[in-house]
Design a protein around this ligand. Structure first.
Ligand SMILES: NC(=O)c1ccc[n+]([C@@H]2O[C@H](COP(=O)([O-])OP(=O)(O)OC[C@H]3O[C@@H](n4cnc5c(N)ncnc54)[C@H](OP(=O)(O)O)[C@@H]3O)[C@@H](O)[C@H]2O)c1
Length: 437
């Protein structure tokens, strides 16, 4: 199977994902920055907490993190610098290197200000304007042995009327618990097109996070059975019941989509929490729009758009309400890239993205979120079908990371959106493409 690398079931990693990495969090002593600092440290990173003026909060957080980690040397330091000053920014990176003995891997640039007078543009003073434009960070300071990660927050609003939300308990250092390792423990997830390609990686990943999986396919039962057996061999439940089943259903047929949800409920005796709609088709002739046949146009829209609609409809009525309900649909970064030869396919996915954004609003009050994950080129059978080596090489050349995506690059993003931690991402299209678009 082209591009497929996963032959075994993932296990939760015994080592923390950021172990041995150094993260600098500007504005890391309070608000969102503080929560990020605490979270990155809980994932194993050593953290450099930058602050501008309030040393009390920064020092308190450093001492909480170091005493929770109970290790020597320390896992956290605080560094006072103004991020709008180039020399001070350099000092921040120097201090990280001195303290932890290596270049930083991760920068989260969270420092920001907002003028609480909310002036119009006409009334904004030059001094206020200058203060807003204060983020100056250089890539030269980063560890080159692995990818540096930059995250930037546009602004951190602060206003005296926000006392209520500020009074909410600040995130505290937490030990890694079973609920963090298995965030989907015993939730039922339906993965359409879960037998091959990206859907297969998603099935395996959600199972590794503790979910029970309904693997849907349309024709190729042996691939679906293989995924189910990988999950069941590694993970039988206490009563010996399987943790994964396979269900044949064509997502473009309303009766078959209904039976898919019926089968999920009766197999696991529980309403599903999660629908991942990964079933999809692409015309491997890559015709121009004017050369696309009506049959191929109808087939593309029938599976990709009608299929998504039918799954959304069924999921909206049948997923668990009141928390943890998730609808995640695979769209495509081609909706942003708009390459010739993908007219019908991009159109079929653009419609899905529009529907998801509206669906998220319509599901208000249910606790069910709806999002699209839009991969760029991913090495699966669908990607390679009909492409010459030259076409593949051109795609790789276009990617800033100089490689094709793999289905394992996509699955963890779906896993995050499916978890409780992903709740605040709702009505969004998350592009996962290595910078291709
Ligand atoms: N690969 C990429 O570069 C890429 C990029 C962006 C977005 N995507 C999207 O990601 C999703 C997965 O793509 P992929 O590359 O993993 O595709 P793939 O390797 O071709 O796998 C397609 C899966 O969908 C199932 N399927 C097809 N038609 C179906 C139908 N009518 N009803 C139910 N299941 C059906 C297939 O089942 P059978 O095995 O039974 O045929 C298979 O499990 C698709 O929505 C695709 O559009 C892919």
């Amino acid at each position: 199977m082209a591009g497929e690398t996963e032959t075994t079931m993932e296990k939760p990693s015994p080592s923390l994902p950021l172990a041995g990495r150094v993260a600098i969090v500007t504005g890391g002593s309070r608000g969102i920055g503080r929560a990020i600092t605490v979270h990155l440290q809980s994932l194993g990173a050593k953290v450099v907490i930058n602050y501008a003026s309030n040393s009390n909060q920064a020092d308190l957080l450093v001492s909480e993190l170091n005493s929770a980690a109970n290790s020597s040397p320390p896992v956290a330091i605080a560094v006072r610098v103004d991020v709008s000053n180039p020399d001070q920014v350099k000092t921040l990176f120097d201090r990280a290197e001195e303290e932890f003995g290596c270049q930083a891997h991760i920068l989260v640039n969270c420092a920001g200000v907002l003028n609480p007078k909310y002036p119009t543009v006409a009334n904004t003073t030059v001094a206020d304007w200058d203060m807003m434009l204060n983020e100056i960070i250089s890539a030269d300071h980063f560890n080159s042995s692995s990818y540096p990660i930059f995250l930037s927050f546009n602004s951190i609003p602060f206003h005296s009327n926000m006392a209520e939300s500020i009074a909410a308990p600040a995130p505290q250092p937490q030990p890694i618990t079973q609920s963090l390792l298995l965030p989907l423990q015993d939730r039922v997830a339906i993965v359409t097109g879960g037998s091959r390609g990206i859907g297969r990686a998603i099935s395996l990943h959600l199972a590794s996070l503790g979910a029970k999986i309904v693997i849907n396919y349309s024709s190729n039962s042996s691939e679906a059975d293989l995924v189910a057996s990988l999950i069941n061999t590694n993970n039988s439940s206490s009563a010996g019941n399987p943790r994964a089943i396979t269900i044949k259903a064509d997502v473009s047929d309303p009766a078959q989509v209904k039976s898919l949800f019926d089968a999920a409920k009766s197999a696991f005796n529980s309403q599903p929490h999660i629908l991942v709609n990964s079933a999809g088709v692409l015309d491997p002739k890559y015709p121009t729009l004017f050369d696309t046949t009506l049959e191929e146009f109808d087939r593309t829209f029938s599976v990709n758009t009608r299929g998504a609609f039918l799954c959304f409809k069924e999921a909206s009525n049948r997923l668990k309400r009141g928390g943890g309900g998730r609808i995640i649909c695979l769209s495509s970064s081609i909706v942003g890239a708009l390459r010739p030869g993908y007219g019908a396919y991009a159109g079929s996915k653009a419609a899905v993205e529009a529907m998801v954004k509206i669906l998220a609003k319509e599901l208000k009050g249910t606790g069910i979120t709806a999002n699209c994950v839009a991969p760029g080129p991913i090495a699966t059978e669908m990607f390679f079908a009909g492409k010459t080596e030259e076409m593949v090489r051109r795609v790789v050349d276009e990617c800033p990371l100089s490689r094709l995506g793999e289905s394992k690059d996509v699955a963890p993003v779906v896993g995050f959106l499916a978890s409780d931690a992903g709740e605040w991402v709702n009505g969004q299209v998350v592009r996962v493409n290595g910078g291709y678009v």
